[in-house]
Write a protein that binds this ligand. Structure first.
Ligand SMILES: NC(=O)c1ccc[n+]([C@@H]2O[C@H](COP(=O)([O-])OP(=O)(O)OC[C@H]3O[C@@H](n4cnc5c(N)ncnc54)[C@H](OP(=O)(O)O)[C@@H]3O)[C@@H](O)[C@H]2O)c1
Length: 308
């Protein structure tokens, strides 16, 4: 059996990064996490770092802005997965420079974890982030670094516990506000599954220099379909209000950050259909649930059971 690649995760202490680190360890990859020294003394994050260590993760101290620390860390591994946050997107040019200098990386996963940033109709702050991610793709390719882009679509944890309403903390039982006509299909993927599919792609030549799209069939659903699944569970029909695109665009313009960002993402996913509007071009993309049918992903229907 081929040995598993050694993986370095940047952003391992972040929202999606912690799932990536865990999935990497569970899949048997020697796993390294680049962590800022200041984070090691952060109360909640230090506990997470301890759990990493207990599970066998090697912690390396460094910073995405510190070239030498990056090169040193990269030299330990074969594959780099970046899960840094949106604010660090631009800084990944420094990571690309370090990967180039180290010269030993067989695959780089820049921090994507969303819609295909090459083909979208997002506006406002969401568009700005997608454009930055696209620049990082171009810089990766220009540097000749082998890559996989993770187009995981929408994280379930962001969209399902609130039934697609960014301002709610729990799914409503009486009425719901939906964007557009409620018929545009999005894709909602549980974070653990995003991580499992990402790690599966590490040593898979079929994902080399490709985008890995996550479109598990049972999770390709319109807002009306998501609400209907919920209504069946609570055995009640919700009163529905639909916000037309014009109104949503106005709300985006009038809201402060980060509310405007979340609304712009909702616009991209639920009105423009950026998760589903394009067919996958086999010359540049593969679909995760087709490639890895052995992964028993969590369906939206199953996910919602936790909130009944
Ligand atoms: N599809 C979706 O629904 C969805 C939702 C959210 C995010 N995303 C995407 O997922 C990706 C990750 O976002 P996230 O929300 O998981 O990130 P996050 O929670 O903000 O975490 C950011 C990570 O980057 C690390 N970091 C920050 N500054 C750093 C530096 N100077 N050097 C090294 N590491 C640094 C942080 O470390 P510390 O712990 O030290 O701060 C943390 O581990 C992004 O591309 C984002 O756009 C997608």
């Amino acid at each position: 059996m081929a040995t598993k690649s050694k993986i370095l995760v940047l952003g391992g202490t972040g929202y999606i990064g912690k799932f990536i680190v865990k999935a990497s360890v569970q899949a048997g990859h020697p796993t390294y996490a680049l962590v800022r020294e200041s984070t090691a003394s952060h109360p909640a994050k230090s506990k997470l770092i301890e759990t990493f260590k207990t599970s066998g993760v090697t912690i390396l101290y460094g910073d995405i802005t510190d070239h030498d620390s990056l090169v040193k860390a990269i030299k330990h591994v074969d594959v780099v997965i970046s899960a840094v946050g949106g604010h660090q997107t631009d800084d990944q040019v420094k990571l690309i420079a370090a990967i180039k200098q180290a010269g030993n990386i067989k695959k780089f996963f820049p921090s994507e974890f969303g819609v295909d940033v090459d083909r979208h109709n997002a506006v406002g702050p969401a568009k700005d982030l997608f454009d930055k991610k696209l620049k990082i793709r171009k810089a990766t390719e220009a540097a000749g670094i082998p890559y996989t882009y993770i187009c995981s679509n929408a994280f379930a944890g962001y969209f399902l516990p609130n039934l697609l309403q960014p301002d709610l903390k729990a799914p409503p039982r009486d009425k719901v506000v939906l964007f557009g006509d409620g018929n545009v299909k999005g894709v909602y993927v549980k974070e653990e599954d995003v991580a499992t599919y990402t790690i599966k792609a590490v040593d898979d030549p079929k994902t080399l220099n490709k985008s890995l799209f996550m479109k598990p069939p049972a999770n390709v659903l319109s807002p009306n379909e998501v609400v209907s699944l919920w209504e069946n569970k609570i055995k009640s029909t919700l009163e529905k209000t639909y916000i037309p695109e014009d109104q949503l665009l106005k709300n985006i313009q009038e809201s402060p950050f980060p509310a405007n960002f979340m609304l712009a993402i909702c616009h991209s996913v639920m009105i423009k259909g950026d998760c589903t509007a394009h067919e996958i071009d086999p010359s540049s993309g593969v679909e995760a649930s087709e490639l890895y049918p052995e992964v028993k992903y969590t369906t939206v229907d199953q996910y919602l059971n936790a909130f009944v």
